[in-house]
Design a protein around this ligand. Structure first.
Ligand code: ARG
Length: 459
């Protein structure tokens, strides 16, 4: 098959080469962007008089038909075609004849592919952001129901201090909020229109780049023709943002997996998001959470692939860069799929407040409260810490919780301890007094939810 650049060559490529360098199998997903970009380019060429308005009209009409034909499966994607740009141009020439050959005036596939990928990524960033917002809304709804669902907070995976399920969920609300912002940043740097850069050194034709940017919905045009065709940091940035989203999802999944064990039994994943075992009839496995945790590795890999791809490339375009697309597409597809499954999986989790409460009571999570109590009786904190530490050892040896100690036993550790200690170290109180802004007290969490709802509405 004839290549776009056949003139310089006396014979065609080896068959193996044709297949080896074709990107059509994966860049075909850019056909809408490619055609929209070409329509804007042709319209502008007509407007500035590089071609006649009449010619532009015919090219645009031809491109519109090709778009419809591809959508309805009437265009053959033959593996000998080099890429989506070649395919569309070839179809255009088939449709409108020799005039189709004018479309590429003042343009190169180098600025064309940069345009297509930017248009594609802008759309996808918005979709990922929407999925994040849906998830955040779900987290708020769940948090609202669990403001009083006490559970242990952990450090080193050892029981630390009481928190609530709501507070724990709101931690992720914040993480996914920053993820959304990171994508917003990435969007701004993706929203730059590269056409006019040509192969690398611009063009001799008087292109009206601004009008093309306007028609295609870009905020800005690129400043430097070499940068415009040689840079993929916008795609790398997306993969970095996607990696961070996946890292957050993966941590949450790890907790879901852990909490679903019989040892924790804090939650039960809904049947719709779990699977069984082919041999062990009793099994119910949190596979979707595990898969999501696993897929984080894929997306990190996509980021590494792009960084490694770009690190040694001299300016400007190099064919290596064709390899950017599969990694980027994979990151986009994976993060979207994971968010799509994760949201309903979390929404339908059955929470077991009884199990959570039991774990809070069993682990000396009120030890800090006893120390704080002694501080309020005017003891220096370090000393209080030491005394409570000894009380904990005593409790472990006697198989008791702190709140089960008698006043006499307490006096063995400090004479400052009075009857009011029991109220002070109750789990309810321990939580209720953590009213600091951003703290887990139900009152503070209710305010946090109200703030979060306002933020979400403004975003
Ligand atoms: N298929 C190519 C890519 O994805 C398009 C640009 C090709 N440009 C070139 N001069 N070979 O990067």
């Amino acid at each position: 098959m004839a290549q776009l650049w056949g003139g310089r060559f006396a014979k065609g490529n080896d068959r193996l080469v044709e297949e080896f360098h074709s990107s059509l199998s994966f860049d075909r997903r850019l056909y809408r962007q490619d055609i929209r970009g070409s329509i804007a380019h042709a319209r502008m060429l007509g407007r500035v008089g590089v071609i006649t308005e009449e010619e532009a009209g015919q090219i645009i009409a031809g491109l519109a038909v090709i778009l419809a034909d591809i959508k309805t499966g009437r265009v053959e994607f033959s593996p000998e075609v080099e890429d989506i740009h070649s395919l569309v141009e070839q179809e255009l020439i088939k449709k409108i004849g020799i005039l189709g050959k004018k479309l590429h005036t003042g343009r190169s596939r180098n600025d064309q592919v940069a345009l297509d990928v930017r248009m594609y990524l802008k759309e996808e960033i918005r979709k990922v952001q929407d999925l994040l917002q849906e998830l955040r809304l779900t987290l708020l709804d769940l948090a609202e129901q669990h403001v009083d669902t006490v559970m242990p907070g952990y450090t080193h995976l050892q029981r630390a201090q009481p928190v609530t399920y709501a507070h724990h969920l709101l931690a992720y609300f914040e993480m996914f909020g920053r993820d959304r912002e990171r994508l917003e940043d990435c969007y701004r740097r993706t929203d730059i229109m590269p056409l006019g850069a040509g192969a690398l050194a611009g063009t001799v034709f008087p292109l009206d780049r601004e009008s093309v940017a306007r028609e295609l919905g870009f905020a800005r045009i690129s400043e430097n023709s070499m940068d415009a065709v040689a840079s993929r940091d916008f795609a790398i940035e997306f993969c970095a943002a996607a990696s961070i989203i996946m890292m957050h999802l993966s941590r949450f999944c790890e907790e879901i997996i852990l909490w679903s064990t019989a040892e924790f039994a804090f939650i039960e994943v809904d049947d719709a998001y779990a699977t069984g075992s082919s041999i062990m009839p009793q099994k119910k496995n949190p596979d979707m959470a595990e898969l999501t945790r696993g897929k984080a590795g894929r997306v990190f890999g996509d980021l590494q692939a792009l960084l490694t791809l770009m690190k040694g490339l001299p300016l400007a375009y190099n064919k290596d860069m064709q390899e950017d697309k599969e990694a980027l597409f994979d990151a986009v597809d994976t993060v979207k799929k994971c968010l799509l499954v994760f949201e309903p999986m979390v929404r339908t989790i059955r929470v077991r407040p009884d199990r959570m409460a039991r774990a809070v009571r069993g682990g000396f999570t009120n030890a800090t409260d006893l120390a704080d109590y002694l501080v309020r009786k005017d003891m220096p904190f370090r000393e209080a810490h030491e005394i409570v530490g000894r009380a904990v050892i005593y409790c472990i040896e006697n198989d008791k919780d702190l709140e089960a100690l008698t006043l006499d036993e307490f006096h063995g550790f400090s004479p400052a301890i009075r009857e009011d200690v029991y109220a002070a170290i109750s789990i309810e109180n321990s939580l209720a007094v953590r009213r600091v802004y951003g703290g887990p007290a139900p009152e503070a969490v209710r305010q946090a939810i109200a703030r979060a709802r306002r933020t979400l509405a403004e975003e």
